[in-house]
Design a protein around this ligand. Structure first.
Ligand code: NI
Length: 513
């Protein structure tokens, strides 16, 4: 093994450039509650874990939604045979009052094949935004420079021939070399000698070169939209999976297959602290300082916040809201077990009179994260009542529910879907009907009920069932299994409509228009 030329790199036992990445498994971060889910089906296994930083925290929402998108893509692409697995997890890279960095990992196992991917997301308290890795850099020239530093580590530390520099590192290196050529006309053979000595290229596009990130108008990485655009343009960069090192520099993780001679283990390429100084943005420095400080002194972010609130952005996902009317009743708990198995959230339109009769069932329903709606006191046709009569019926039901679960129903479904102006005026809550009616109360035919739900549900559907019938509850495993396999996520009514519901307005579905 030759002498290491990368300044400041420690010679580890194998003599390769060395860096220790900072990152804390979710369960070891004080004050952070982990949310998780898992579904083991005949055809697949999926699980995920994410930080619950409080009700509808932007970072929680982004991580959870990103994981849900990956899950859908995985399930939509399942092979005919086998039981592939998708496992998603989160590591905290930095946490302070100013910034939170999270590394999202996903492992896919299919037969003997195992695929790992990872990305990072950064929450900036200033502006309350979730930003991509590019926001940690000062500008696009700094992004280029970071790739040149990695090229250095690979050529000098790993002795990789420059022609073998992988992906974007190779592209940026070649371009920097070509521009140096154009400027300096160096002596024969000297063009690629020392990339670190190459001036950072200005973003001046040369028409005959292939399009690579960093060309054209430089993006302003301090602008959130442009930082995201940059992340798209620089997709595939080893810096997508970036962390800070214990020595204050940056660490990029690379696919061992791209680095011959790496020995097959995890490949962590260091950008030394003094080099990183030149590259980081204000957010980058905040993130570095937070990473180096560790998590011990961080006030728990979740303090004072409930773990409730929307976590999935259904505008980006295949979501469906399963709704169950006329309970709670003697079959409801069996249904709750089924929903739990499929990581499914549902909405229950309950009768106030039955909430009084089955308080434990209602309590468990709410405790397991399902949403409770108002379905009147005892299933009277509200459209036949006076304004005062409707108001009194709904109010009595709200009180009965609140008595048991501590909060009022969020939405109303009038019995029989019977509506008129009086009901709309008296209901001080959004009115939710449905677009998929399984007619379960009529057919009492389990196969027909599940078949109807499976063939009619589309993203944004509200599906109507009644959990007071055994035949309906018996239909649910097939519904959950079938829609899960298609990549659907089972969400509450208010999540389906992403919280944009107005009192007195009537909704049937949230299909994109
Ligand atoms: Ni009903």
């Amino acid at each position: 093994m030759g002498l290491l030329l990368v300044p400041g790199c420690h010679a580890a036992d194998d003599g390769l450039p060395f860096a220790e990445a900072i990152g804390t498994p979710l369960e070891e971060v004080p004050g952070v509650v982990a949310g998780s889910g898992s579904v083991t089906a005949d055809h697949s296994v999926v699980d995920y874990r994410y930080p619950r930083l409080g009700g509808s925290h932007p970072l929680t929402m982004e991580i959870r939604t990103t994981m849900a998108e990956r899950q859908t893509a995985f399930l939509e692409d399942l092979p005919e045979r086998g039981t592939p697995e998708l496992s998603q997890d989160t590591t905290i890279l930095a946490m302070s009052e100013e910034v939170v960095g999270a590394r999202l990992t996903s492992v896919t196992r299919s037969g003997l094949r195992e695929t790992h991917t990872a990305t990072t997301l950064w929450y900036a308290a200033e502006g309350e935004r979730v930003l991509p890795w590019t926001a940690l850099f000062r500008d696009e020239a700094a992004l280029e420079q970071a790739h040149l530093h990695l090229a250095d580590v690979l050529t000098e530390g790993y002795h990789l021939p420059v022609e073998q520099l992988p992906g974007l590192i190779g592209e940026v290196f070649a371009r920097a070399g070509a521009e140096a050529d154009a400027v300096a006309e160096p002596a024969e053979g000297g063009a690629l000698a020392d990339p670190a000595a190459t001036p950072v290229p200005d973003a001046a596009p040369t028409p005959e070169e292939p399009t690579v990130p960093g060309e054209g108008e430089p993006l302003d990485l301090a602008d959130p939209e442009q930082a995201w655009t940059a992340a798209e343009e620089w997709a595939g960069s080893p810096l997508e999976d970036l962390a800070f090192s214990t020595s204050g520099g940056l660490v990029a993780r690379m696919d061992p297959d791209d680095v011959p001679g790496a020995g097959g283990g995890e490949v962590l390429l260091p950008v030394e602290a003094e080099d990183a100084e030149e590259l980081l943005s204000g957010l980058g420095f905040q993130a570095r300082d937070a990473a180096l400080a560790g998590n011990d002194d961080v006030p728990p972010l979740g303090e004072g916040l409930t773990a409730q609130g929307s976590e999935l952005n259904c505008q980006r996902l295949k979501c469906v809201a399963l709704t169950f009317d006329d309970g709670p009743g003697e079959h409801t708990e069996e249904l709750l077990d089924m929903l739990q198995e499929y990581d499914a959230t549902a909405t229950f339109y309950v009768l106030g009179s039955l909430a009084e009769e089955f308080p434990e069932v209602l309590e468990r329903t709410a405790a397991e994260g399902h949403e409770i709606g108002n379905h009147s006191w005892k299933h009277d046709d509200l459209s036949g009542m006076s304004e005062a009569g409707v108001a009194k019926d709904l109010e009595r039901t709200n009180r009965a529910v609140e008595e048991v679960i501590g909060s009022e129903p969020l939405t109303l479904r009038p019995p029989y879907g019977a509506l008129n102006g009086t009901v709309r005026r008296s209901a001080d809550m959004p009115i939710i009907l449905w677009d998929v009616d399984t007619l379960d109360w009529q057919s009492r035919d389990t196969a027909m009920i599940s078949e109807h739900a499976l063939t009619h549900s589309v993203p944004g559907s509200v599906v109507l069932f009644h959990d007071i019938h055994q035949t309906s509850v018996d239909a649910i495993p097939a519904v959950l299994e079938g829609l899960h396999r298609q990549g659907f996520h089972f969400v509450s009514v208010t999540d389906l409509f992403h919280g944009e519901l107005e009192p007195g307005d009537v909704y049937t579905d949230a299909q994109p228009t």
